[in-house]
Ligand binder design. Structure first.
Ligand code: HEC
Length: 150
């Protein structure tokens, strides 16, 4: 019986650790929801289902599970390969103004809401991803004189 208090303290420690993590996730989710509404819902819609052939659905996207890819996509926009032209592929524009924190919050929202992911995406994850993004950008194709879609 003497051991009970120690055991109890240990359990208490576990519970409070978990709720600090939970709290952070909830903060990111709420902030992410606001940011998604202003920065993404225009195209991908509030329900994340996108719009016909114009904007892909985020609810059934395999990319939604990859935080690093999503971070690069949000910050830099679509990376087009040499076989893409602006006439055949509608690119996603870059959101240069979003900070690493804001991107982490948006990804946490998208992944929690539609990616069946229960872990929040940290600023560190986003910072690391952004250091390693692929480099080819939409502007590399601008020389083909296609009208800009934006
Ligand atoms: C101007 C319209 C527009 C806005 C605003 C926009 N997107 Fe996109 N998004 C697109 C288009 C178009 C694609 C498809 C790009 C492609 O296939 O190259 C896309 C693709 C994606 C994908 C990959 C989906 C897949 O399965 O290929 C994700 C994830 C995504 N967007 C998330 C976001 C988030 C998060 C935001 C807000 C920060 C955002 N988008 C803002 C137009 C937009």
């Amino acid at each position: 019986m003497k051991r009970l208090p120690v055991y109890f303290l240990f359990l208490l420690g576990l519970v409070s650790c978990q709720s600090a993590e939970e709290l952070k996730k909830e903060q990111y989710y709420v902030e992410g929801y606001q940011l998604y509404t202003t920065n993404c819902a225009n195209c991908h819609q509030d329900d994340g289902k996108g719009m016909a052939n114009l904007y892909p659905s985020l609810t059934a996207s395999s990319q939604t599970s990859d935080a690093a890819k999503m971070a690069c996509l949000i910050k830099n926009g679509t990376v087009l390969t040499t076989s893409d032209t602006l006439a055949t592929r509608r690119p996603m524009p870059a959101s240069k103004k979003l900070t690493e924190l804001e991107i982490a919050e948006i990804i946490t929202y998208v992944k929690t809401k539609w990616g069946n992911d229960s872990v929040y995406t940290s600023i560190e994850t986003v910072a690391e991803a952004l250091r390693n993004c692929p480099v080819k950008k939409i502007r590399d194709l601008r020389s083909d004189k296609s009208p800009s879609p934006f």
